[in-house]
Design a protein around this ligand. Structure first.
Ligand code: NAP
Length: 278
């Protein structure tokens, strides 16, 4: 398939590597000439340009810019596309993007590959990033079934697991498993920083795998974290309030020295956790 990728960063670059290795012909678009050269040199794309005139004859266009730039990017590329080109995005929030972009292009289908790292930019692009991960698509009533079938096939080429759902339900679920953890992890690091210098220094020396696991997502790309909060604000606030209520319950149990009740909560969590990690 002839595929275009706009935004050759972590996700766009990683998609390019894997899709190209599956025999797809990849055209990359970057705002910077140096990124185009790097993308070609690293084998991420077959060809690349800072202009949009290479976009004719593409079957699929994947928009991999930050969430705030997805709709404006689509507006810019539309005059250069064939009318039957499918446009999808990879933004971590779906409802507002699907709402706006479906109006711009009838063959738009929202997408979200559920994989990433704390790095950003083309240098962070890596092979096999999506292996085993869910790849969500959020069609609307107007979506042509054959277009969804093509996107599912692309997800399978990435060794990802395609999953179809409603954009709003996606945003609510993803808030709990992706956006809320970023905020919790960030507030954990912030809480540590409130400690006096001698305690903080010792904590930094002693921190090991437990802290590495729980702080990892809070130390990632700040721009992405702000975008999650801005574009998924309602669902993120809902999950944060629920988290705060649960934290208050744990505080109450500890203050009341209700060790059996606390053990009960921890036991349930131990049993339930595995269901999120299959
Ligand atoms: P990234 O590494 O920063 O890549 C985004 C690329 O978009 C940049 O390298 C840049 O490429 C281009 N870009 C930046 N600002 C732009 C603007 N204002 N207008 C047009 N292009 C712009 O970020 P990423 O992590 O790949 O994230 C890209 C998208 O993937 C986001 O929508 C995010 O929600 C989604 N996503 C991220 C993750 C994750 O864990 N990181 C996971 C799933 C989905 P040029 O400078 O070459 O133009």
């Amino acid at each position: 398939m002839k595929i275009g990728i706009v935004g050759l960063g972590l996700i766009g670059g990683s998609l390019g590597i894997d899709l190209r290795s599956q025999g797809h012909q990849i055209t990359g678009i970057s705002r910077q000439e140096t990124t185009c050269k790097t993308a070609i040199a690293k084998g991420i794309v077959d060809r690349a340009s800072t202009k949009f005139d290479l976009l004719q004859d593409l079957e699929l266009m994947i928009v991999c810019t930050p969430i705030s730039a997805i709709a404006s990017t689509i507006k810019q590329i539309i005059p250069h596309l064939n009318t039957d080109t499918i446009i999808t995005d990879v933004g971590s929030v779906k409802s507002p993007i699907v709402k706006e972009c479906s109006q711009l292009w009838s063959n738009f289908i929202g997408g979200h590959p559920m994989a990433g790292t704390a790095e950003s930019g083309i240098e962070a692009a890596q092979a096999n990033l999506f292996t085993g991960a869910a790849y969500v698509f959020t069609p609307t009533e107007q979506t042509k079934p054959e277009n969804i079938a093509k996107l599912k096939a692309i997800a399978l080429d990435l060794n990802a697991v395609p999953y179809i759902c409603d954009a709003q339900i996606h945003d609510r679920a993803v808030s709990y498993i992706s956006h809320l953890p970023v905020m919790i992890s960030a507030s954990l690091i912030q809480a540590c920083l409130q400690e006096p210098p001698d305690t903080l220094q010792l904590a930094q020396i002693l921190a090991s795998s437990g802290f590495r696991d729980t702080s990892r997502v809070g130390g990632g790309n700040p721009e992405l974290g702000v975008m999650m909060a801005k574009y998924n604000r309602t669902e993120l606030l809902r999950s944060l309030y629920s988290y705060r209520d649960n934290l208050d319950e744990i505080i109450d149990l500890i203050e009341a020295e209700s060790w059996d009740s606390l053990a009960g909560v921890l036991k349930v969590n131990g049993e339930e956790r595995s269901k999120f990690l299959n």
